[in-house]
Design a protein around this ligand. Structure first.
Ligand code: MRU
Length: 348
């Protein structure tokens, strides 16, 4: 089942807020519902947001076309105006604006061309995840000098964060398929538990050996040698290799460095933002007090308190052993960055 897709004239997506208790598909026909679903994390994860952005522009164009009483020209200015609101739905993952902008490049050719481009983005995402999985699995065995590896990961970077398979979790799936996965250690990922709710669900469905960790156990257990590598996804990779990802990634990178464990970022090329020079320039979404003060309708903190709730942090490039995309492996520790490593063909 695809996490997000275009089905019979509408966007269909799995409502991730209901997992792991219920698998429910939502059918989206209005832009306001798509924006609300992005903001409440019914659809989430950088690559899935890229596809949501592109399909969202296709939806806008189709709706504007349908409302056009004269039935003639598509009101392109109106499409652009609505697309600008979609682009701003969440600020950190560059894939959202990338997907919107890429779909808009076809606007002059009409609504059908916009939809065709959005479908192309969906299909490219599927192929990219396969290629990242293969590159990442080879690299991990090489770095760990082992045929079977134990890996730690945070948040959800699986099929739910993409269209199918995933980025960092896609590498774990590939390792499993190649009989190279000894065990996976997902962190639960406070405050919204993407690791406990979504990654554990996906690992269980794929039949992977794994044990769940609380977030604060990750750095300590790395120091005790529990894992051969740490894999994370990314929401935005700056031109110098600094990488924004789910809050908690930076602490894992520091601990991995301390323990001498490879720290690997897995993300598609669309997550690399060459217009952002370094991590200091990345806007970090703060999601407010309610997510910190309780979960699932249960209040855990006193009423009336404040909270700082950054949804993401930034890992500096010098803590990153490798950045794996569908088209290349970048080794920041050897002075490499997205600026100076050339692209290779996709692997399949
Ligand atoms: O707030 P979320 O759940 O959208 O955060 C997602 C992450 O941080 C992922 O690790 C990242 O988007 C990469 S997904 C392949």
């Amino acid at each position: 089942m695809r996490t997000i897709d275009w089905v019979d004239g509408a966007i269909e997506l799995i409502d991730q807020t209901l997992l792991p208790q219920r698998v429910e598909v939502r059918r989206i026909t209005e832009l306001s519902d798509l924006i609300a679903d992005i903001q409440r994390l019914a659809v989430r994860g950088a690559p899935a947001l890229g596809v949501a952005g592109a399909l969202g522009v296709a939806l806008i164009a189709a709706n504007v076309q349908a409302q056009n009483e004269s039935g003639t020209d598509l009101d392109r200015e109106e499409v652009r105006r609505q697309a600008a609101t979609l682009r701003e739905a969440r600020p950190t993952a560059v894939n959202l604006s990338w997907g919107v902008d890429r779909a808009l490049t076809k606007l002059e050719e009409g609504a059908d061309a916009v939809l065709a481009e959005a479908i192309r983005i969906r299909d490219e995402d599927i192929a990219a995840c396969i290629s990242m999985g293969l590159r990442g699995a080879d690299l991990t065995r090489e770095l760990a000098s082992k045929d079977r590896v134990r890996v730690m990961t945070i948040c959800n970077t699986g099929s739910l964060a993409t269209v199918e398979r995933g980025t960092a979790l896609g590498v774990i799936q590939t390792l499993l398929e190649q009989d190279s996965l000894e065990e996976a250690f997902p962190l639960e990922t406070r405050p919204l538990f993407q690791g406990a709710r979504l990654t554990a669900w996906e690992l269980q469905r794929m039949g992977a050996p794994f044990r769940l960790l609380i977030d604060s156990a990750g750095p300590f257990l790395l120091s005790r040698g529990i894992a051969d590598a740490v894999f994370i996804g990314a929401d935005r990779i700056a031109a110098n290799g600094d990488s924004a990802n789910k809050i908690g990634s930076f602490s894992l990178a520091l601990a991995a460095k301390h323990a001498g464990v490879p720290f690997i970022v897995v993300a598609p090329e669309s997550t690399i933002d060459m217009r952002t020079a370094s991590g200091a320039d990345i806007e970090i979404e703060d999601r407010g007090v309610d997510e910190v003060a309780g979960f699932g309708g249960v209040r855990t903190a006193p009423d009336g308190i404040g909270a700082v709730n950054p949804a993401f942090d930034v890992t500096p490039h010098d803590l990153i052993t490798a950045i794996v995309t569908e088209r290349r492996v970048i080794l920041p520790g050897r002075g490499e960055s997205p600026e100076n490593v050339s692209l290779e063909p996709l692997r399949s």
